[in-house]
Design a protein around this ligand. Structure first.
Ligand code: C5P
Length: 239
């Protein structure tokens, strides 16, 4: 059974919006929200200053840039992302061993006391078996997720992003300490949007997620604070 604070700490709010909206909503959730996610929508508008602004509000920041390029470029990008003060930064496991270890070198080169953690995306939660087949990856999504998870962790990633559908298998495979982050989380009755492999917050945690990424169910709600509190309550009752 989680306390309200512990439940709130599992939520990483995806700020896929403007800087003004991001600051408004973090203000509205002050004292409740512990983690914010800056993705491409916000970062490409504002750059590292938005990470600094959120850190100054006392939030932990997941910089979800999903790096995927040649190793040299990713090493530089990971270093720059770490320099912004982000607690977590993401990259695609699909980039391969050399790219992932280059990112790890980039972060390590800063020699920070509390280094930014590298989080590898396995298979996007908006993709399913058909989407994978359409880009030439045949077979079960879960098998691809496991393969990419192993590759990423062996090459310096500190955690993984996976869908709630695969998290139980990864938790079983990797043990209690693994940092497993699940997007594709939808409270009971919420719209799925473009997400395909989804579960409720309580289900995702019960299956082994360490943290949940939640965006539109809170960001697009008429009453975001009410939506946040309802998710916390749902987690406390269900987990
Ligand atoms: O609005 P919603 O709750 O669907 O937001 C999910 C967030 O998680 C988005 O910011 C998206 O970029 C991110 N994400 C994802 N699937 C992944 C990794 C990250 O949906 N595999």
């Amino acid at each position: 059974m989680l306390t309200e604070q512990e439940a709130a700490d599992t939520i990483i709010l995806a700020l896929d919006c403007t800087r003004q909206r991001a600051l408004e909503i973090t203000k509205e959730l002050e004292g409740r929200l512990a983690w914010a996610k800056v993705g491409m929508t916000l970062y490409y508008q504002e750059g590292p200053s938005v990470v600094t602004a959120l850190k100054e509000l006392g939030l932990k920041v997941f910089l979800d840039l999903k790096l995927f390029d040649i190793p040299f470029q990713v090493e530089g990008a990971a270093r720059a992302a770490a320099q912004s003060g982000a607690d977590l930064v993401s990259l695609h496991g699909l980039g391969g061993a050399e790219m992932i270890s280059a990112a790890a070198r980039g972060v390590a080169s800063l020699e920070a006391p509390d280094p930014t953690k590298l989080i590898a995306i396995t298979v996007l939660t908006s993709m399913n078996r058909q989407t994978l087949a359409s880009i030439g990856v045949e077979g079960e999504v879960a098998a691809e997720v496991e393969r990419l998870a192993t590759l990423a962790l062996e090459n310096g990633a500190n955690g993984l992003v996976c869908s709630p559908e695969e998290v139980a298998r990864l938790r079983g495979m990797l043990g209690p300490e693994a940092l497993l982050i699940c997007p594709g989380v939808r409270p009971a009755g919420a719209k799925k949007g473009d997400q395909k492999r989804t579960a409720t917050p309580a289900e995702a945690l019960a299956r082994g997620a360490s943290k949940l990424v939640i965006g539109r169910p809170i960001m697009a709600a008429d009453d975001p604070r009410g939506a946040f509190d309802a998710i916390v309550e749902e987690i406390c009752e269900g987990a």
